[in-house]
Structures are given as C-alpha cells and as structure tokens.
Design a binder for this molecule. Structure first.
Ligand code: KG4
Ligand code: ZN
Length: 322
C-alpha cells in the first residue's frame, strides 16, 4: 500500500557507506519513515497484521536499529513479528505485481554486497547455486566509478554515461572461474592499470604509466566509452554465468533482483538473451530493484501465511545462512 524509502546522502563524500553514520541515520529516520509510510497508505498501525523486518545480512548497527524497532512495535501492538532474510527478499521482489515467474525459477541477485544465482523452488525454499568469490557486481560498478573520480554510489552514474558511449571501444578480459561462481577483482585491477596507462594497456607496464594530468584528461575525453566498455563487460560476466545455470538446471523462468538489476545495460541484454534462448524473463520495476520496504513486506507475507513468526528474543546477524 506504500513503499517509502529514506536515503542517506551523508555517505556520498566518503566514497562508501560509513557503518556508524548509517546506524545513526537509521535511528533518526525510522520513526518518520513509518509515519510517512502509514500516511501514504492511508491507514494507522491498527490496520497492520504483522511486523516484518530485515534480520540479516547487512551492517550490524543498521540491522540492530530495525530489529529493535520492529520488536518494540510487535510487543506494543501485540502483532506477530516476522524475520526476513534480506537477499531472499530481493529474490521475492519478483513476485510483486501481476507478471510473475512460475516455480522453480532462477534469480540473478546482484547488489552492493552480493552476487548470486539462486534457484527458487518456492517462496520459502531457495538455494544459492553460484556466487562471487571476491567483489560483488555492485562493488565492481562502484569501485570502477571511484577510479574514474565519480561519487558514491557510482553504479547509476556508469549506467548514465554508458548510454552515450561505445561498449566495444575498450576491451576488458572476462575472468575464467569454474562452475557458476563469479569473480570481479581481476576486472577492477585491469581497469586500474588501464587508467594508469591512459588506455595503452590493461596491465602494469612501466613504460606506459602516465602522469596524473594526462590520466585525468584521458578519463575526461573518453568517459562515455570507458563506462560503456566497463558496463558491457560486467553484464557479460553476469549473463554468461546465468546462461550456464540455465543449461545446468533446465529452468527457464529467469529473474533478476538487487540494486544492479536497475542497470539499463543488464536489463536490455537479459531481455535479448531471453528471446534468443526461449527463456521467460522477469525484471522488477525500478523501485523494487534497489533496497526497498515492499520486498521485505512480500517476503514477510509468505512467512505470515505459514505462521512462521519470530520470537522477541531474536537477534540480527551481519551474516546469514540460507
Ligand atoms: O540492493 P542495493 O540497493 O543495496 C545492497 O543491498 O547492496 O544495491 C546497491 C548497489 C550499489 O552498488 C549501486 O551502485 C548499484 O546497486 N546500482 C547500480 C545501478 N543502480 C544501483 N549499478 C549499476 N547500474 C545501476 N543503474
Ligand atoms: Zn539489498
């Protein structure tokens, strides 16, 4: 009925999220956010059947604020409490709305902290069949953006400039990782040296190293093409593994989820790949791709149906088993 988000601009100047500042901003935001969401939904707390909250994984300080607030509401209102796994909620965001995948489906979950291929057999039964062994796809975007001097989070900016550039202008190699796992750290290093060499090479070579002024000029003159080339490589790494997962599982209902699923290059390429290979593809609306409340609500809804409620003694966890 409403899906309200309080963003935190306080991190922008640091080039990444500062955990302690995130916790403090959560404490300041949580009551106004709930008030605003209820007002937008046109109801009050008496109309709410249960309180769902993110229990794991994430930054522990931020999770503590949400957990404590949800527990307090649950106790005060005498309504059931439902613990939600953040990554499972990203997957279930695909079940919001009319056009839904059938079970089983595969979901490529790509966010700032995770890159996973999930086999989803039911709303409550999911298995991670591939994941990153180092950086997440969102980190690959954000760290590349940082090397280009763009502010955090740089993913949406790379997307913006990539739309104006040539994705075939610069070549970044695809890592050869066994099975369905991903790796992005090699790409990050090759971008680092590509920029240090002003495009002359992707590896460390003393004779190619340029001074700071030349490097900055190279970035400025070629920003759109660099962004398009980086984005195209990240997208091809993701989709080639997804193709492999379809081959191995035989599952042809394919979803994407998480902040990076807002990327226009990924969305377009997935649709094209789906048509070529006879898959049914599902892409959540933009507002359900990056972190949002609706995905926690829909995950909570399925647990509510089976009365899978949490005790008031529950604690948040920075890491989470599936
Ligand atoms: O799922 P999310 O909102 O938060 C986490 O749980 O991490 O994902 C945030 C990530 C960031 O790395 C951000 O740069 C990336 O999603 N992102 C994008 C785009 N929009 C958000 N990356 C590429 N293109 C985008 N349009
Ligand atoms: Zn997320």
């Amino acid at each position: 009925m409403s899906n309200y988000i309080a963003g935190q601009t306080v991190h922008e100047k640091y080039g990444g999220v500062i955990p302690e500042l995130a916790s403090r901003a959560h404490m300041q935001n949580i009551v106004p956010v709930v008030d605003t969401a209820l007002a937008a939904a046109g109801c009050d707390l008496s109309a709410v059947d249960a309180i769902a909250f993110t229990q794991a994984p994430g930054l522990i300080g931020a999770l503590l604020v949400g957990t404590q607030f949800a527990k307090s509401l649950s106790l005060a209102l005498d309504k059931p409490l439902i613990a939600v796994h953040h990554m499972q909620a990203h997957v279930l965001a695909n079940l919001i709305g009319e056009d839904k995948p059938d079970f089983p489906f595969l979901c490529l979950t790509v966010s700032g902290g995770h890159t996973q291929i999930v086999l989803c057999e039911s709303p409550l039964k999911m298995k991670v069949i591939g994941e990153t062994i180092d950086d997440a796809a969102g980190e690959a975007f954000d760290k590349s953006a940082k090397l280009l001097g763009l502010p955090y989070p740089g993913g949406p900016l790379i997307d913006k400039y990539a739309k104006l550039g040539d994705p075939n202008r610069f070549k970044f190699t695809e890592p050869q990782i066994a099975g369905l796992d991903f790796s992005f750290s090699g790409l990050k290093t090759s971008i680092l040296y590509f920029l240090k060499n002003a495009g002359a090479s992707n590896v460390y070579k003393e004779e190619f190293l340029v001074d700071e002024v030349t490097r900055q000029q190279f970035i400025k003159d070629n920003l759109n093409d660099i962004c398009a080339s980086i984005q195209s490589r990240i997208v091809s790494i993701l989709l080639n593994k997804l193709k492999k997962a379809v081959k191995e599982t035989g599952v042809k209902d394919i979803c994407i989820a998480g902040g990076v699923s807002a990327n226009s290059g990924l969305r377009t390429s997935l649709t094209v790949m789906g048509k070529e290979n006879g898959w049914r593809t599902f892409i959540p609306a933009f507002e359900y791709c990056t972190d949002n409340a609706a995905m926690i609500a829909i995950a909570g809804y399925y647990k509510f149906l089976t009365k899978d409620f949490a005790e008031l003694s529950i604690n948040p966890s920075a890491r989470a088993e599936w």
